[in-house]
Ligand binder design. Sequence first.
Ligand code: 2P0
Length: 326
Amino acid sequence: MSSAIECVKKIIPPYQDHLPTASVFAPSNIALIKYWGKRDETINLPVTDSISLGNYGSQATLSRAEQGDAVFLNTQPVDKHSEFFRRAQTFLSLFRPSPDFYFKLEATSNIPIAAGLASSASGFASITLALNVFFNWQLDLKALSILARLGSGSAARSVCPGFMHWHKGMALDGSDAYATRLDVTWPELRLGLLIFSDKPKEKSSRLAMKESVYTSPFYQVWPECVEKDLEQILPAIAARDFALLGSTAEQNALAMHACMQTSRPATVYTLPETMKMMHLVWKARRDGLPVYFTQDAGPNLKLLFEAKHLTDVKAHFPELVEVRPF
Ligand code: 2P0
């Protein structure tokens, strides 16, 4: 088993100098084939591959601080005792040229408030990309994806916009567990956010996925499910086959939730409103409207549809927030 710091040492060049400041954007991402479960919890190595689509995101601005690390989120100082500060500081500590080198991190996000989009992914990816500029490492996307993964698994998929494929890899040190960009643009593809709950989740996805791995009887078949879903979704993306993309993503999300709902203790992010919306999606589909959903570690749904159906989708879901990934 490797530690995060050992992984970093293999990748970054020796320290020479740094710029006064560096500021870089990274997209958030929504998984169409989910990452659920780790084969190594220390350096976030996944059990399976996953596929995502980038969207809104975060900007990280780095500079050197004189007296201790300082973190700002949307211009407000972040409490040094908060989980957010602790995770940012733990990550930045992997890259300190010396123990008395401190960072000022200013993070801003254009993710709509309470939109239920994973922000840790774009957060850690944007910090990684900013570090690359700040220290002039000139790393390639593979190396940057590996470094971002050390902050949060899904951040491996946030170093680029568009479709990303995070490969599970085999190596114990995670050197082959990184994301690559799929060379496909799909300008007609739309995501729709259906936000009906903005309460912070009671259980982190990190803990929920760990409990699934160790206790859910359904987790035994999850890797096999993902393999089959990958065999369907990769050609669907290449051929821009919307029905196959949507149906595979929807099925994969339901299978992930089956794993977490059958773990002990059970994790149920789904609320009555979630079920109501799922039934509305299925009804709309029976009535001929090609719309599908995916659901992450929370109650809100994300819809998948094509631009030509926006008016009809909005008629069924007036509260929908439209996202254009391309
Ligand atoms: C995903 N999720 O593929 C899945 C679907 C949540 C549901 O990746 O422990 O915050 O930092 O590696 O990346 C959320 O997990 O977990 C996630 P860590 P992360 O998007």
